[in-house]
Design a protein around this ligand. Structure first.
Ligand code: BEZ
Length: 404
């Protein structure tokens, strides 16, 4: 060993000895001084890429407000593209948990990816704050004390719409949604109130996620003679379905209704006037007149070259807000996970959507309102204008064993 290497070795050895002598709390405090790692599993490519982008932009807005430092610790976001493929999402989740050793995980957008991630998250006791994927099972039989959801369960924006459509639109409907868990969950939730209100489902169809040609489905809708369609589509699927529905000439005689994702501001500019008159249910619209939302819309647009925030952005903002508030409550201590879980469960604040709080039974957000919205040309553009609302919408899940 030469002089220099020997000196370095001795210095390192004496530092190690000092830390060991000081006890584990010194090591813990030192470890606590490092950055807080937030692992992000979202789609940055594929049908739902625009959703991933909105969630990320809004999280970054909230963390930037705190100068990327909370309770004296830097916030570091490690972003992974799940490419909308469950095996990729699961692999990225494993990498973030096992290699990057993230403190908190957030995402995904796709219900199937969330279901695939669930056991890894639960078994490794990693805190996951779901920022979109609505799989109902996560608030029910597959819930976990380590999982929270700031977005919605698939049930929440759809169940109130069944009764509303039966009363205000038509007692006969054609249902259509992509053929995967979110599509199935949402149509089931709609039927839960549509059927008891006297509604009849004339037919249901489930095209593949990422379908680009809806002509065979639109032909069946025309042939059925229905006066209403209820659907769920999002991202580029929503753009294609709404435009082709109009191009097919169905807009004249059939009312298009659905889950709010169908006409969110991420897709409205591409849909253009084809979206006019579409009726959807959602917990958010940028037109909400509360002061938190007005500031959020202004700040988000300033930061993102005039882009209008959508519900996905609201979810991203609320996810970051939950993280910031909980970390402050535990003074930045991410090692005591039980304490951090308890702090997250207690977080409450004024969100752009209204008062934000988790249901203690399910760890799923209670929606202050589900708004029935209609796309109208107002304030110089296409907007989702609230025309009715249903208060205090919570998933019917009864939850699992949560910490005391
Ligand atoms: C889902 O897969 O859960 C989902 C995707 C896009 C919008 C809403 C829900």
């Amino acid at each position: 060993m030469n002089q220099l290497t020997r000196r370095k070795f001795l210095a390192g050895a004496s530092m190690g000895a000092a830390a060991a002598a000081a006890g584990p709390w010194v090591l813990k405090a030192r470890a606590q001084g490092g950055p807080i790692k937030i692992g992000v599993v979202l789609p940055y490519t594929g049908v739902y890429a625009v959703l991933g982008e909105s969630i990320t932009q809004a999280m970054e807005l909230a963390f930037a407000r705190e100068n990327w430092t909370v309770a004296g610790r830097k916030i570091e976001m490690i972003k992974e593209d799940d490419e909308m493929k469950p095996p990729v999402g699961i692999r990225k989740t494993e990498k973030l948990i096992d290699s990057d050793k993230v403190d908190i995980l957030t995402g995904p957008v796709h219900s199937g990816i969330l279901m695939g991630m669930r056991d890894k998250v639960h078994n490794s006791k990693t805190i996951l704050i779901v920022s979109n994927a609505g799989a109902d099972a996560i608030s029910r039989e597959r819930c976990s004390k380590w999982i929270f959801r700031t977005s919605f369960s698939n049930w929440q924006p759809n169940q109130p719409m069944g009764g509303w459509v039966a009363k205000n639109v038509s007692k006969e409907a054609f249902l259509v949604a992509p053929n995967y868990q979110a599509g199935k969950d949402m149509m089931e939730a709609f039927k839960e109130t549509y059927l008891p209100a006297g509604g009849k489902v004339v037919a249901e169809d489930y095209p593949k996620l990422g379908e680009t040609d809806y002509a065979p489905y639109l032909t069946k809708i025309r042939q059925s003679g229905v006066k209403a369609v209820y659907c769920f589509f999002s991202g580029t699927d929503a753009v294609n379905f709404v435009k082709q529905f109009d191009q097919f000439g169905l807009k004249q005689g059939v009312k298009l209704c659905g889950a709010g994702f169908l006409t969110e501001p991420d897709v409205l500019p591409a849909q253009g006037k084809s979206a006019l008159g579409v009726i959807t249910g959602h917990f958010y619209t940028p037109l909400l007149e509360n002061p938190t939302n007005q500031k959020f819309v202004k700040d988000f647009r300033e930061k993102n070259v005039g882009k209008m925030p959508d519900g996905f952005a609201c979810q991203g903002y609320d996810t970051a807000e939950v993280i910031i508030r909980a970390l402050k409550a535990v003074n930045g201590n991410t090692q005591d996970k039980d304490k951090l879980v308890a702090a997250i469960a207690k977080v409450e604040f004024d969100s752009p959507r209204g008062r934000f709080r988790f249901d203690p039974k399910t760890h799923n957000v209670i929606q202050p309102f589900i708004y029935v919205r209609e796309v109208r040309e107002v304030y110089g553009g296409l907007n989702n204008v609230p025309i009715d609302k249903i208060a205090d919408v919570r998933d019917p899940g009864t939850g699992c064993t949560l910490p005391a």
